[in-house]
Design a protein around this ligand. Structure first.
Ligand code: ASP
Ligand code: ASP
Length: 370
């Protein structure tokens, strides 16, 4: 337990607002107070406190590829505690007080951007959303110009989505703050894979030994890539199920089994992860028609009947209902965890911001740190 006024990450925790018994302070929670000080909060405090000593050995979160199984477990354990926090009435914390988080989105997003925004605000950061497609980039600003502008704004945490694979990593080499990849081209979308893992782990207890089918537009999907890395690392078995035109060459080198037929691919799986047909990334025809795609590759009850009877249905969103997934299947409250995935998204992003903030320089803005 940290005493009142204790310093974590170099800056003092705020004093407790009420009098009474000495407050329990943790990095994630500043103080307990009022009539709501009950068992649930106490359990939540203890749980966040358990993780307070952890050190995350990465300055940025650029991809799952860079993470060990221990890193992943650590993120998921902390995220689990944040799920509980998110279900409280008072969700506001001070962990990032004084810090600035910029969400820099070169590509549209609803869930990812809004959950990063919520997470930053819940931890007390000043959060600025920059949608670059509407401004400087259109006028020819390069990524390097953007980095220089950002450095002048002195953020501590930068959340970036970019249409080009590798762009986020490049930017991370040019800016002075911690960078989180919120999706780069068809490369990685690490927080999506982490929130998927959290959803599965909470339902199934562990990822170890599960058989997971990732189905649909694997070729254009950063979600598929991050999930393949994560699931393999955590001891699950991965199948990819897609028509040959929607599979990258040599996908089998990533340690997955490849299927072209949905019924065969879904046989006995524990988890069915559907992917959106990413038509905005397709130049030319990858599928004969949407109707035919649905017929052969859309998830309906008939194809789903091949999976285990309690198999979970997942989708990162946004969904093309009637293209890759039947609407009723998507909304099936017994099988689909699609809405739960969105909830877990906020918890995972809270955990990532928390962990990366532990490595920020203590008393000044991150500018200058390398
Ligand atoms: N999961 C998508 C994203 O990464 C969904 C969305 O755009 O709403 O943002
Ligand atoms: N929202 C996810 C992503 O940004 C999946 C999708 O867009 O289909 O990659």
């Amino acid at each position: 337990m940290l005493p009142a006024g204790a310093v974590r990450g170099g800056w003092p925790l705020p004093p407790c607002r009420t009098g009474g018994p000495a407050p329990v302070l943790t990095p994630g929670i500043s103080c307990l107070q009022g009539p709501g000080f009950g068992l649930i909060q106490f359990a939540l405090m203890s749980s966040l406190r358990t993780h307070s000593a952890l050190r995350f050995p990465h300055r940025h979160l650029l991809g799952i590829k860079d993470l060990s199984a221990t890193d992943i477990d650590q993120i998921l354990d902390l995220a689990d505690s944040y799920v509980e926090l998110n279900r409280q009435v008072d969700k506001k914390q001070n962990l990032l007080r004084g810090r600035t988080q910029i969400n820099l989105f070169f590509e549209a997003s609803t869930r990812t951007q809004s959950s990063f925004e919520l997470a930053g605000k819940r931890l007390g950061a000043d959060v600025l959303n920059m949608a670059v497609s509407n401004s400087a980039l259109k006028k020819g600003e390069t990524l390097i110009d953007t980095a220089m502008t950002l450095n002048a704004l002195r953020p501590d945490l930068l959340v970036v989505r970019h249409p080009d694979s590798g762009a986020v990593e490049l930017l991370s080499q040019k800016v002075d703050c911690a960078v989180i990849n919120a999706g780069d081209g068809s490369n990685e979308h690490p927080t999506q894979a982490l929130l998927d893992a959290l959803t599965i782990r909470r339902r199934r207890g562990s990822l170890q030994g599960l058989l997971v089918a990732i189905c649909g537009d694997i070729l254009h999907s950063r979600v598929a890539r991050s999930n393949i890395y994560l699931l393999n690392r955590m001891g699950a078995r991965v199948r990819v199920v897609a028509p040959p035109t929607l599979l990258p060459a040599h996908i089998d080198r990533l340690g997955v089994e490849v299927f072209h037929d949905m019924r065969a691919g879904l046989q006995d799986v524990d988890i069915v992860m559907m992917l959106r047909l990413q038509q905005e990334r397709m130049h030319g025809a990858f599928v004969p028609s949407l109707r035919e795609y649905y017929h052969f590759h859309g998830l309906d009850y008939e194809k789903l009947s091949r999976a285990k009877p309690d198999a979970l249905i997942m989708h990162p969103g946004p969904m093309n209902r009637g293209v890759e997934i039947d609407s009723e299947v998507a909304d099936d409250i017994d099988r689909s965890v699609i809405r739960e995935q969105v909830e877990m998204g906020v918890a995972v992003r809270l955990a990532i911001l928390d962990l990366l903030s532990r490595n920020l320089p203590a008393n000044s803005s991150a500018a200058g740190a390398k």
